[in-house]
Write a protein that binds this ligand. Structure first.
Ligand SMILES: Nc1ncnc2c1ncn2[C@@H]1O[C@H](COP(=O)(O)OP(=O)(O)OP(=O)(O)O)[C@@H](O)[C@H]1O
Ligand SMILES: [Mg+2]
Length: 451
């Protein structure tokens, strides 16, 4: 561990430095705040032990600077009795501990031991997180024929720069596939930038993507580097491409074809070398037929289409995915708690939210399995499964918000009726509405139900 001592009293400085060196620490020392900060900046120590009252910069200034430059560095303040109050205030603002003069070498050493224990916990945590991100990055889990084929295709197309269009319902793993393509490509050490056309307001999308020069329009107070330029040499993942405004599609087409772009208000073209991967939850061809998407852009993007099938069409992958998510969430030991009915329940379900929904369910199982067996009651899929509630796959099939809401209302009422075995009073209680209200809703939504 690297330590920096900042202390103006020569005797204290030298004796403390000697004590700590003997213990095997790597020690630097400074006689005032300025010298201290200069050494800090060049050596980046793990711990700073500083006197509170110093010439030039005070101990509190040092604390504040260190917290800005290297928040993980711990600061220990040394104070004379009269300034204990200040030291207490300093603890509140982020010092690790303080020592009151005169202090014994043992006291310093015990504080340092605490810090090194704390650091090993932090390192361990970081190592675990790294392990986790490795798991996340590398593995597209699944052995179904469609996933095997998908993995093969990824390996075949990762090496070249062709534009890719990934199609799949929500939660099927589109972004994961895009990252896998980037990781398997020669661009793997360059940046991977992911954006979603649905989450950027239309009015900002152009300057976010292509950038702008200072003064290009009212409010452009400084130059802005767009996503294309930031992803240069790397991969740009454009999610929800179906939401790309029609008015700007021609500009995107030009960038893809010419491999150069002009930021808004800029006079010079910039060459860009970016691999583009797009994704959509919709059938983009239908959008073309409905004149919502330019045909020429569609053909440009769709050079290599990758379709990720919904989870309900590859249910054989479910057990592997379940185990993978237990491992990913560091609960491998809990896999054996799974009751065999859990799997059959998971296989029966239709997974409208696909793999993401499965991952959420696994997280819930982990959270709720304190010790005993994990049985299907934890899953709580009843709302969606069974003979009723087939959840809507997407909003597309509804004509309007009212239509959507009444379908949802129907589903929940059916769930309540099912749960109460068609006892209307009980169903009304479950829904927390008066019986009369339920009756009128039934008249309107489910006239076949007797009541
Ligand atoms: N085959 C798979 N193997 C392992 N993990 C998967 C797989 N498919 C999806 N996941 C995981 O499921 C989650 C959702 O995946 P991702 O975000 O890639 O989906 P998406 O299709 O981009 O969803 P959306 O359309 O909502 O943006 C992620 O945590 C991802 O790691
Ligand atoms: Mg996504």
């Amino acid at each position: 561990m690297k330590l920096l001592i900042i202390e103006d009293e020569k005797i204290t400085r030298i004796s403390l430095s000697n004590t700590l060196k003997k213990e095997g620490y790597d020690v630097f020392s400074a006689k005032d705040g300025e010298e201290g900060m200069a050494i800090f900046n060049s050596k980046l120590p793990d711990v700073v032990i500083t006197d509170l009252r110093l010439p030039k910069l005070s101990g509190i200034d040092i604390l504040n600077n260190v917290r800005l430059i290297a928040p993980s560095c711990k600061v220990i303040l040394i104070t004379a009795y009269a300034t204990v109050d200040t030291a207490v205030t300093a603890l509140k603002t982020g010092a690790y501990d303080y020592l009151t003069k005169p202090f014994s070498p043992d006291k310093v050493l015990s504080v340092l031991r605490n810090i090194s224990q704390l650091q090993s916990v932090i390192y361990e945590n970081r190592a675990l997180k790294n392990k986790l991100s490795l798991l996340e990055d590398k593995s597209i889990i699944g052995n179904s024929p469609s996933i095997k084929k998908l993995k093969e295709t990824i390996n075949q197309i990762a090496m070249n720069d062709s534009t890719i269009l990934i199609e799949g319902e929500s939660g099927t793993g589109k972004e994961m596939v895009a990252r896998a393509l980037h990781k398997a490509s020669p661009r793997r050490n360059e940046s991977f930038i992911a954006i979603s056309c649905s989450s950027i307001p239309e009015s900002l999308l152009e300057s976010e993507l292509f950038g702008h020069e200072k003064g290009a329009f009212t409010g452009a107070v400084k130059k802005h580097v767009g996503y294309f330029e930031r992803a240069n040499k790397g991969t740009l993942f454009i999610d929800d491409i179906d939401d790309f405004p029609l008015s700007m599609q021609v500009k995107l087409l030009r960038v893809i074809q010419e491999r150069e772009l002009a930021p808004i208000g800029g006079s010079e073209n910039i060459n860009i070398d970016v691999r583009i991967i797009c994704a959509t939850k919709l059938d983009l061809r239908k959008q073309v037929d409905n004149n919502l998407f330019r045909q020429d852009l569609f053909y440009r993007l769709n050079i290599i289409p990758l379709k990720i099938p919904p989870l309900r069409d590859r249910k054989e992958d479910i057990p592997m995915l379940v185990e993978h998510f237990f491992r990913k969430h560091l609960a491998e030991d809990k896999i054996m708690l799974l009751n065999k009915n859990v799997y059959s329940e998971l296989m029966r379900y239709d997974w409208p939210g696909n793999v993401r929904e499965l991952e959420n369910i696994v997280e819930r199982m982990i959270a709720l399995s304190f010790s005993g067996e994990i049985d299907p009651t934890i899953l709580d899929l009843t709302y969606y499964t069974g003979k009723f509630g087939k959840r809507a796959e997407s909003f597309e099939k509804f004509n309007s918000l009212d239509h959507f809401l009444s379908e949802k209302e129907k589903e929940i009422i059916q769930w309540a009726l099912n749960k109460s075995q068609n006892n209307i009073s009980q169903a009304a209680k479950l829904l927390r509405i008066p019986r009369t209200t339920l009756n009128s809703k039934l008249d309107r939504l489910l006239p076949d139900v007797k009541h």
